[in-house]
Structures are given as structure tokens and as C-alpha cells.
Design a protein around this ligand. Structure first.
Ligand SMILES: Nc1ncnc2c1ncn2[C@@H]1O[C@H](COP(=O)(O)OP(=O)(O)OP(=O)(O)O)[C@@H](O)[C@H]1O
Length: 928
């Protein structure tokens, strides 16, 4: 995305020197502030060079197309081509109740706020407190820091009360001496409740140290960019493991509580779930005097067995809404969460009398079986489980046969919806039918802080939650002061922000950047200016990340400069400011990220820098997941191979190579699979991913002799190729021949290995699925799937546009009659955010991208001619013109072309259309 050099034959360009910025954007008031730095000046001089090394052409690697794949490198579809297969801006007054508290935080600021629109408005740094963090960084004790922080906050204006609810600040939790074992209500194997034997024995509760959870997988994200999913389970690593171990060591070991008193309070609630009894239990368990807004309502709904949808702001206390019911309900509570780090954090925060467990795919088999054993023993009251694990047949059967599932909690429930900012295909597979039929779950609770109306619809219909059971409070806390400024020089402006009130006085700050490289540069710059900072992103070694988080959590460093990889699951209560160095990708992401601040209820400060160049770059990136019909068709033809389709057949698709062949990210492939499983017609059933290729070696008995005795060996010999003495075969194919599952075949191989007959190695991680009903009309199916994916892509672009619009509005359009002043735009940003969540269209600004360029077609032509050895689709060509890497066209190969990212400022769709026209001409000419 970043690179741009002249190095291939395509240096002969029809284009004059590149425009330095999107020209149409310049027409707008705000756009006068584009970075004046010429990107061209950074480029190497144009030298005739070799064309980029030949890419792995997606088409060349395909098997002959049994369906309607064209011979052209792109597809022009006509219905007759398809051969069916045989039968196989609102006013503040209308805002929701509770939107603004009577004492809104922004109205309490007494000091003038730094104004980035008018530098004359910037207050000089206060001499005495010019940068308290600078003096003793890493040396102050926590007490000193806290007292200084309190003084500083007081200097800024006032100590802000906890505005999240109507509650007074929470008193410290006082836990009494234990009168029983940790989990005073246990399940036996029948799922029935039984009391502890040592009830009332006054035995001191200690939390047993738990084993590490995850193996070190230390992967770094390709491309230097941390998308939200980069920190999800598939990429969890040693950091998570370390945190898990640390948490299990230090979370609960020293706490004590009076189990008998709590047990009595629980019994009282069971008999009569009145407000008084619940508040009494709240006090005993947490030490809090009252529930926050929405908590009591949600808890009562869950206790009454009704499915509930809960929308509360970040840091408002959603976790308590399942923790307390978990204590009261007889069975186990399952919490499905998208992020292992989040699960670990939530497990750590469980009160000591609630025994927690964790299950995720990155655990070792030993760790997972230990957790399962504890569940079977009834020793686990709340189980945090990743969706991948949750959907595993084995898990479902263990849970349903050994436990009573009282409650299933879907945390970050927006991940269920493809219209959310953070869609997870595995979440989409969580459905009410599954939860009820397979688990017999008594109750369901879905929770999120960020859901638009369409996301909400999707969640509630997937989980069968009626709208009467929606508990929705405002999606914003009002103790966050929101400011925004257009930046010409982000680095300089950032430093200025740090030197100005109120930021100069804030002790704990997170800066969010889009790219990993930015985090390193910014943190170095801050350190050079005596502000202690560390960078954090998924490319940093796990140990180092863990260390950075610890330094930050213990206030030994003032600033963490991070990508989105940091923060989810972070409940550091005293983060006083969040600065967005780059525009977030959506208002949902913005709300989540600023929600890391002010969790102690005090006023926090959130500043957003925006500039048009970053917006244009991000807008390009929104097209990196999209696919077109040509690719979907290829995908379908491999998933349902014409020669091998039979219902019930188990098949596999190797992830890495498929991703390159279809030029689709693995996540997109999984999304398609999910859609084929859960759409109107169920075409397939997804099975757990497996290593699909087996390399096997015989040791004791000759293969033919062994085959006479063992049917698995006979089946293997039939299907395998001999490669340098090794028998290489596809595991699902052999399993199909034998009429067993791949899992059963693996068990047989394992036994043969134990007997010394064979050794083997499994590789090539693959999606595994059972064909339920092969589609009869591939063409209309691929058209439907493509339409859906394009809608999802458009929705992502609209989200970014809405984010940009909000920032643009604040800086350029806001008339400051509603309480905004200087760069402080809390009222208007809050309104924009709430409008957005309520479904009010914010996308008026999206049309401002350039719609064309006189040189575009000519440049595409030159590009195609100079890379005639490769085959392109219109989308692949447009991606290169936008500088977007994809599995089949990686940046390592293609960023060397002169055209890489050259037309980023032109609407992607326009570039794609132009590419389509040129490809038609190009291929046509070639054929003459
Ligand atoms: N009734 C209450 N009174 C005082 N403090 C509370 C209350 N309920 C929860 N809290 C505290 O609020 C903090 C945030 O809670 P929690 O982590 O559950 O928030 P959340 O809504 O899940 O936030 P996020 O969406 O950001 O994960 C915790 O430290 C918790 O102890």
C-alpha cells in the first residue's frame, strides 16, 4: 500500500506526474490542509526494469472449469452461459432518553480547550506542570502518580463524578472470610446442584493456579496493518498465554469471602428475585451499593429465562449482567467471546466465588481436556469459550450430556452481523436453534456496546430475541470529552496536543494508529520529546507486548502508541485520554476505542486527528476483502466438484493454496462457507478444520501385507501417491472411502503409530465440510453470493465515510451553537454518533472521491500490455491501481510496478469499470 516506485516495463505511462492529492477533495473547505509533502519526491527515478516477477495466476492454476468459468481472465456474464448441473441530522431534543446526563461532561470544562483550527487559541503549557510525566517516568510510585493525577484533573476543571450511572463511585470491594469452598454451588455429573461438603467450615478460599492456556504462536500480521481480527483467536499467541498465566497467578489467590453469607443471599434471590435481594447480593459479591443503568433490568430478564439483548456503553458494566446470574442459576454459564485476550481478562475479573474456565482452539490438547474435565466434574460455573470451540461437535456433545446450560452469553454480539464493523463468520454460526436444540440452553443474553439498527436486527433475529426484550441505554458514556482537528502535520500537532491542556496533565494515554510502522515512529518521536511511550502492535514479539501492557497498566509508562491490537479487553480504569492519530474505520471502532478511557467514571479526553490523505488510503483498504463473481464461481466449482459430488460426502479445501487460487482472503472463504451452510438452503455442513494431507511411512510390516489385515491401510494404499518413499494421501478422501470421519481415521493412524507400524506427518490446514445438497444452479448461486459480498463491502465503505463525515462536520460545518468550542466538539460528535447508531444516513460525503481521470484508461492499457504474461480480473487490476495487496497479487511482487496505488484517489468502482473495458479490448486484440 505504501510503496510506490518506478521499476518495471510499465514506466512508459500515459499519465502526467501524479496528482499529489485527490483533486475533488480540494474543492472542499477542509481540503486545503492536505499534506503538502510530495509523494513523488520520495520515488526513485524511473528506470526501465524487468516486469514484476510472474504472479501466480489464479486462472492458470485452476482445474478445467466444468461450469461457466470463461476463458477470459475476467467474466462477462450472460444467463445463457450458465450450464446447470445435473441434479445433484437530528436535533438534540429527539435523542434517546439518558443521552445527556444533566451535568454533561463537556459543560464542566473550565479551561479553554486547545483549538487546532486557530493556533492563536492554544494555551502555552503551564510551566509548573508542563509535562509531569516527563520528570520521573518509570520512577514514580503508583500512589504518587495517583495523587498527582488527581491534582491534575482537579486543575483541569473538576473531579468528575462517575457519570456512567446514577451511582456514587464504587467503594473498594471488601471480601469477607470464606465459609466454604470457592464455588459454593456445584454441579454433579447429572447437572443437579449439590452443596459443598465443607459448607460452613470456614475454610479459607484460595484460587488454585491454573496452567498456561495457549501455546506460543507468535505470528505477526502481514502488511503491517492490524485489522481487528488480527488479534482474534486465529492469531493469538504467547502474549495471550503469558497473560493467562499471569492472570491465573495473581487474580484471585489472595481474596477471601464469606461463602455462607453469600450462599444465603443467593438462596434469597432464588426464592424472591426482588430488587432488594439482588442489591444485597451485589453488595456482598462486589461491594457496590447500587446497580448501574440497565444492569438490574438485564439481570432480572435473564433470571426469568427470557432471551435478552443488552446494549450498554463501553465500560458500563455489562459483565456483571451475566456474572451475577451465573451465581444464581443452577447450571453452567457459557460466554462466547471473539477475543482470547478478552476472555482471559474477563475470567480474571470474575468474583472469587465464581469458578471460571476457558476453552479456545489455541490451547494444547492437554489444557483443553483439563478444562473439559473440570466442566464434567461440575467445578466450572462460567466457561469462556471461543466461537470456533463452541461450535465444535465434540464440545457441544460433552456440554449437553454432562452439564445443564443455564445461560449462553454472546459477548460483543455485533460480531454476528455482517453489517457490523467487526463481522466474524464463526459468530454468524451462533443461532438460537443451535443454542436451544443442541445445548438446551435455558436463556440467552447478547451484549454489545456498538450496534446500528441493522446490526441489531441481525443479532436479534439470529438469536431469536424479541424486541420487547431489548434493553438499550445510550451507546455513549458522557464522561468523554471529544475533540477533533484537521491536521497538516500530524506529528507536530500531536506534540502540540501533548503540551497543551488538558492533555499535558493526563497521566495515562493511548494513541491509536492504523499502521504498525506509524506506532513505532510516533513512539520514538514522543520519547525524543521526553514523553515516555512504547509502541504496541501484533508485529512486536509476544514477550515485549506483554511487557508493554504491564508497564502501561502499572503506570510506568505514560503512553502506549498502538494499533487496534491493543485495548480490547483492557479494563485499565484510569486511562485519561485516547488520541486517534489515524482516522478509525468506523464510528463503532471510534466508540470502542475511546471507550478505553474514563472507565473510572472521571472525565477523559479523546482527540481525533483527521486528514484527507489518510481517509483516501483507508477507503482503498475497504476494498481489500471484496471478491467478484468470477472468483466466487471458481470457489463453487472447487467446493462442489462436478465429478465427485455426492450428498453426505466429506471434502476439504486447503486454506492457503485456495486463498491464492481464488485471490480471496481466508476470512472471506470462511464467510462464503458459512453462507453456504446458513443461507436459505443448506448446501453444506462445516466441520472442524483439519490437516488434510498425510505423509506416511511404513516401518515394520510390508504395506501390502498390512493392508490385508487393516482396512485403513488398504484404503490408504488405494488413494496415495508414492513420493520419495512416502505415501502421500488426502485424509478426507480416504475417510470417505472407508465411510468414517476424518477424526476417526486420525485415531486409527495414531494407533498404528503407537504399535510401531507407521510414522506420519499431517499438514495443509484445510476447511472441512460435508456436502448436504449440491447446488443445481451454480450461476444464480454465485450471483447471489457475489451480490451479498458486494453489499458487505459497500457497507464497510459507508462506515468509513460516516466516520469521516462526522470529523469533517465537526471541523467544517458545526456552527458551534450547541456547546462546541475550539476543537472541542463533544455535543456535535455525540449527536453524529447517536444518529449513526439510530440509522440516520451520514453518507453524503462519499460522493466527493474523484470520479475519473483522463489518463486512467490509458494507464491501465499500458499496465496490461507491460504485464501481458499475467492474467488479471478487473478487480485485480483496480486493486493494483489502488495499491491494495491481495493473496494472488502480493505487494512484494506488485508494489514495484509504476502504477501501484497511482489511482487511489479515484473511486474504486470507477477504476474497476475502466479496467473491465480495457481488459475487453486487450483480450479481444490478443485473440485476433
Ligand atoms: N454497579 C456497578 N457499580 C460500580 N462499578 C461497576 C458496577 N458494575 C460494573 N462496575 C465496574 O465497571 C467496570 C467496567 O465493567 P465491564 O468491564 O463489565 O464493562 P463493559 O460494559 O463490559 O465494557 P466493555 O464493553 O468496554 O468491555 C468494571 O471495573 C466493573 O467492576
Amino acid at each position: 500500500m505504501e510503496s510506490d516506485s518506478d521499476s518495471d516495463g510499465s514506466h512508459v505511462s500515459a499519465t502526467p506526474p501524479r496528482e499529489e492529492r485527490p483533486s475533488s477533495l480540494l474543492k472542499f473547505k477542509a481540503s486545503s490542509s492536505f499534506s503538502t509533502k510530495s509523494s513523488k519526491s520520495k520515488r526513485r527515478p524511473s528506470t526501465p526494469a524487468q516486469p514484476p516477477s510472474k504472479p501466480q495466476s489464479t486462472q492458470e492454476q485452476l482445474p478445467s472449469n466444468p461450469l461457466c468459468l470463461p476463458t477470459l481472465p475476467f467474466q462477462i456474464r450472460r444467463p445463457s452461459d450458465c450450464v446447470p448441473l445435473p441434479s445433484t441530522s437530528q436535533s438534540i431534543e429527539i435523542l434517546p432518553a439518558g443521552y445527556f446526563s444533566k451535568s454533561t461532561s463537556f459543560s464542566r470544562i473550565r479551561r479553554p480547550f486547545v483549538n487546532f483550527e486557530d493556533s492563536s487559541g492554544i494555551e502555552p503549557p503551564l510551566d509548573s506542570v508542563s509535562n509531569p510525566g516527563m520528570k520521573n517516568e518509570g520512577k514514580e510510585t503508583e500512589v504518587e502518580r495517583k495523587s498527582q493525577s488527581a491534582t491534575n484533573i482537579a486543575k483541569v476543571g473538576n473531579r468528575h463524578p462517575n457519570l456512567i450511572g446514577a451511582n456514587a463511585p464504587a467503594p473498594p470491594v471488601k471480601l469477607r472470610k470464606c465459609g466454604g469452598e470457592g464455588n459454593f454451588v456445584r454441579l454433579n455429573m447429572n447437572g443437579k446442584r449439590r452443596k459443598f461438603l465443607n459448607k460452613g467450615s470456614k475454610k479459607k478460599f484460595t484460587y488454585k493456579g491454573r496452567r498456561g492456556y495457549m501455546r506460543n504462536r507468535g505470528k505477526s500480521k502481514q502488511g503491517g496493518e492490524d485489522q481487528m481480527h488480527s488479534v482474534f483467536e486465529s492469531e493469538e499467541d504467547a502474549f495471550v498465554s503469558q497473560m493467562a498465566q499471569k492472570n491465573s497467578r495473581d487474580s484471585r489467590g489472595s481474596k477471601e469471602f464469606d461463602g455462607k453469607v453469600i450462599e444465603e443471599a443467593v438462596s434469597a434471590v432464588r426464592d424472591d428475585p426482588s430488587d432488594d435481594n439482588l442489591v444485597n447480593l451485589l453488595k456482598l459479591v462486589y461491594g457496590y451499593d447500587s446497580f448501574r443503568d440497565g444492569q438490574l433490568e438485564a439481570i432480572k430478564m435473564v433470571l426469568s429465562g427470557k432471551p435478552a439483548m443488552l446494549i450498554l456503553p463501553t465500560g458500563a458494566g455489562k459483565s456483571l449482567c451475566y456474572q451475577l446470574p451465573a451465581l444464581i442459576l443452577p447450571g453452567i454459564t457459557l460466554v462466547v467471546s471473539p477475543l482470547v485476550a478478552l476472555m482471559i481478562d474477563q475470567q480474571r475479573q470474575l468474583p472469587p466465588m465464581i469458578n471460571g474456565g476457558l476453552l479456545c482452539s489455541s490451547q494444547t490438547p492437554e489444557e483443553a481436556s483439563e478444562t473439559l474435565k473440570r466442566i464434567q466434574e461440575g467445578a466450572t460455573k462460567v466457561l469462556f469459550v471461543s466461537p470456533e470451540r463452541f461450535l465444535n461437535e465434540e464440545f457441544l456433545s460433552i456440554i449437553s450430556t454432562t452439564s445443564t446450560v443455564s445461560l449462553v452469553v454472546v459477548d460483543e454480539a455485533h460480531c454476528i452481523s455482517e453489517w457490523s464493523h467487526n463481522f466474524r463468520p464463526s459468530f454468524m454460526r451462533l443461532r438460537a436453534s443451535l443454542l436451544h436444540n443442541k445445548l438446551n440452553a435455558s436463556s440467552i443474553l447478547a451484549m454489545t456496546a456498538t450496534a446500528t439498527t441493522s446490526t441489531l436486527d441481525a443479532i436479534m433475529s439470529a438469536l431469536d430475541i424479541p424486541f420487547t426484550n431489548l434493553i438499550q441505554k445510550t451507546q455513549l458514556r458522557d464522561n468523554m470529552q471529544l475533540s477533533v482537528s484537521l491536521t497538516r502535520n500530524r506529528m507536530k500537532d500531536l506534540l502540540m496536543l501533548f503540551k497543551s491542556p488538558p492533555f499535558v496533565e493526563v497521566q495515562s494515554i493511548i494513541i491509536y494508529c492504523k499502521f504498525q510502522s506509524e506506532t513505532d515512529i510516533v513512539s520514538r518521536y514522543l520519547n525524543d520529546n521526553n514523553i515516555s511511550a512504547k509502541s504496541y502492535h501484533s508485529g512486536i514479539a509476544a514477550k515485549e507486548r506483554s511487557y508493554v501492557q504491564e508497564l502501561f497498566s502499572s503506570n510506568k509508562i505514560r503512553v502506549v502508541v498502538a494499533t487496534v491490537a491493543f485495548g480490547m479487553g483492557l479494563d485499565k480504569r484510569d486511562v485519561g485520554a485516547v488520541i486517534h492519530y489515524s482516522l478509525p474505520e468506523s464510528l463503532e471502532a471510534y466508540v470502542q476505542e475511546i471507550g478505553r478511557s474514563g472507565r473510572d467514571g472521571r472525565l477523559s479526553f479523546c482527540h481525533l486527528f483527521y486528514d484527507d490523505e489518510t481517509y483516501v488510503k483507508l477507503r482503498s483498504l475497504m476494498y481489500s476483502d471484496g471478491v467478484d463473481e468470477y472468483a466466487v464461481n471458481k470457489f463453487l466449482s472447487e467446493v462442489f466438484p462436478a465429478d465427485r459430488i455426492s450428498n453426505g460426502q466429506i471434502c476439504s479445501l486447503i486454506k492457503e493454496s485456495a486463498s491464492r487460487r481464488f485471490d480471496m482472503k481466508e476470512e472471506v472463504i470462511l464467510t462464503l462457507f458459512t453462507r453456504l451452510e446458513l443461507g436459505d438452503v443448506q448446501y453444506l455442513q462445516l466441520l472442524p478444520q483439519i490437516n488434510a494431507t498425510c505423509n506416511l511411512n511404513f516401518h515394520k510390516t510390508a504395506p501390502m501385507l498390512l493392508a490385508q489385515k487393516i482396512s485403513a491401510v488398504a484404503a490408504i494404499l488405494k488413494r496415495s501417491e508414492n513420493k520419495q518413499g512416502l505415501y502421500v494421501f488426502d485424509v478426507p478422501s480416504v475417510a470417505n472411502d472407508m465411510g468414517v470421519t476424518a477424526f476417526e481415521l486420525s485415531n486409527q493412524l495414531h494407533n498404528l503409530k503407537l504399535s510401531g507400524e507407521i510414522t506420519y506427518e499431517m499438514k495443509d490446514l484445510a476447511y472441512c465440510y460435508r456436502i448436504v445438497k449440491a447446488p443445481t444452479d451454480f450461476c444464480s448461486l454465485s450471483a447471489d453470493l457475489t451480490r451479498w459480498l458486494l453489499e458487505v463491502e459497500k457497507s464497510k465503505v459507508r462506515k468509513l465515510d460516516a466516520m469521516f463525515n462526522a470529523a469533517y462536520f465537526a471541523v467544517n460545518i458545526c456552527d458551534k451553537t450547541q456547546g462546541c468550542s475550539g476543537s472541542n466538539h463533544t455535543p456535535c460528535l455525540q449527536r453524529k454518533i447517536l444518529d449513526y447508531f439510530a440509522g440516520v444516513d451520514n453518507s453524503y460525503f462519499s460522493k466527493k472521491m474523484d470520479q475519473s481521470s483522463p489518463f486512467l484508461r490509458a494507464d491501465i492499457k499500458v499496465f496490461l500490455q507491460s504485464n501481458s504474461q499475467a492474467k488479471f480480473t478487473p478487480r485485480a487490476t483496480a486493486r493494483i491501481m489502488h495499491g491494495i495487496a491481495s493473496p494472488a497479487y502480493p505487494s512484494t511482487t506488485w508494489s514495484t510496478t509504476h502504477f501501484w496505488g497511482r489511482y487511489r484517489h479515484i473511486n474504486f468502482q470507477v477504476v474497476m469499470e475502466a479496467a473491465k473495458e480495457e481488459l475487453k479490448n486487450f483480450v479481444g486484440k490478443d485473440m485476433l
